[in-house]
Structure formats: structure tokens, C-alpha cells
Design a protein around this ligand. Structure first.
Ligand code: TYD
Length: 223
């Protein structure tokens, strides 16, 4: 695919940074602007990938090691891209996705110390030349993120249950990624209220992707 007509926005970040809420809010805001948009997530987003999600987040694959986990996340991504993301972009629909290949790069590559050659090869095979037009990295101090997760009162998944040091490194790795790819990635402070974070994200999207693009159906929308 040379030039996707729809725009592809991904959200990344550590645990408890509020990605799923902000994915939803951004998609709603884009729809108000008259843009056709789907919200999706990884691991998952297609029936095959959702089945793999259960295995990955239950921790059943942890004993197999980070390399195998990386391959499983990639397998799920390949299905998600083929079944949902690429067809949507090709018909002009925007896609807002909660996590994408950067998660494999950070969780399995940096934290799991999987060889970058394997991580890059998996990217080539599963997503080809498809890259997000914009990646929002929601940044939050580890203690605040983990406290938010605990407040949900749900059982922790395989990655949430890692220790504090793991989450500290995760945050550093994401911040480093943003520094290395400033054209694609934007760091957004996720500490303020959901409303304030949503406004900041909207400003970034408007500036980077909507400049020079007229509103299609502005049903009471601003911006
Ligand atoms: P999820 O319940 O979607 O949590 P979050 O709100 O943090 O996104 O769980 C996804 C978990 O899987 C998350 O801890 C990150 C991890 N993950 C990887 O390790 N590698 C990957 O490639 C992806 C997509 C996710």
C-alpha cells in the first residue's frame, strides 16, 4: 500500500495511563468532525487476534520466554492488520488503535531483551511498510499509573503484575522512543484530568493531521 487514504493513529504508554479512554474520546471527536473512524486495540482487534489476546494476557505464554511472546504478539498483529486495519485505511476510514508494534518493540524488545533483528523482522512480516501517521505516547509516573490500576479492583494481567523496576524501565524506554522518532511520536502528560488530556491530544491531532483539511460534517463540532 503506497499512501493510505485513512489516517492511522496509535496510542502507547505504560500501565494505567488511560489509553483506552483517550482512544474512545479521540474517535468521538473525529466523528464530530465528520471523519469515518474505527477504534481498535492490541493485542486483539480481530476475532483471531482476540483469541491470541487471551493466551498472552493470561500469562500462559510467559514461560515460553519473551521471544515466543514477541512472535505471538506479532502473529496477532498480522491478523489484525490484514483483517481490519489495512482494509479500513484503504477505504479511507481512519483507525485509532490502542497499542501497536511499538509495544512489541518496548515490552519484548527493550524490557524482554529480544534481539532487535527479530523485532524488526517481525515488523516487516506482519505490517510491511504500514506505519502509524501519529503515535500518542501517554506518559505517567509509575506510582500514579499503578495506583489507577489497583483502584479498578480487577485482577492484574501478566504485564501489570510485573514489579516496580520493570514499570520504571518501561517508562524510560517509551520516553526514549519518542525522543528518537519525533516526527511520528508525541509525548502527552497523562497526569491531568481526562478532559485536559483529551484537549491536549486533540490539539496534537489537529496540528499534525487536520491542518489544511476542511471539516466534512461539522454537527456542532469545533476545532
Ligand atoms: P491491555 O489490557 O490492553 O492493557 P493496556 O491498557 O495496558 O494496553 O493489555 C495489553 C498488555 O500487553 C500490556 O501490558 C502491554 C502488553 N503488550 C506487549 O507486551 N506486547 C505487545 O506487542 C502488545 C500489543 C501488548
Amino acid at each position: 500500500m503506497s499512501e493510505p487514504r485513512g489516517r492511522f493513529i496509535t496510542f502507547e504508554g505504560g500501565e494505567g495511563s488511560g489509553k483506552s479512554t483517550q482512544v474512545k474520546r479521540l474517535a468521538e471527536r473525529l466523528r464530530l468532525r465528520g471523519i469515518d473512524v474505527i477504534e481498535t486495540r492490541e493485542p486483539g482487534g480481530s476475532p483471531g487476534a482476540e483469541a491470541m489476546r487471551k493466551i498472552l494476557l493470561s500469562g500462559a505464554a510467559k514461560a515460553l520466554g519473551p521471544e515466543t511472546e514477541a512472535m505471538l504478539f506479532a502473529a496477532a498483529r498480522g491478523d489484525h492488520v490484514d483483517e481490519l486495519i489495512r482494509p479500513a485505511l484503504e477505504r479511507g476510514t481512519w483507525v485509532v488503535c490502542d497499542r501497536f508494534h511499538d509495544s512489541t518493540r518496548i515490552y519484548q524488545g527493550v524490557l524482554g531483551k529480544v534481539d532487535p533483528k527479530l523485532i524488526n523482522a517481525l515488523e516487516r512480516v506482519t505490517v510491511g511498510d504500514l506505519r502509524p501517521d501519529l503515535t500518542i505516547e501517554l506518559d505517567i509516573p509509575v506510582e500514579i499509573g499503578l495506583a489507577r490500576i489497583e483502584a479498578r479492583g480487577e485482577q492484574l494481567d501478566r504485564f501489570e503484575a510485573e514489579d516496580l523496576e520493570y514499570h520504571d524501565w518501561l517508562r524510560i524506554a517509551y520516553r526514549t522512543l519518542v525522543e528518537h522518532e519525533p516526527n511520528r511520536c508525541v509525548l502527552v502528560d497523562a497526569t491531568p484530568s481526562q478532559d485536559a488530556v483529551a484537549v491536549r491530544i486533540w490539539m496534537v491531532v489537529a496540528e499534525r493531521l487536520l491542518r489544511n483539511q476542511p471539516a466534512v460534517a461539522a454537527s456542532g463540532a469545533t476545532g
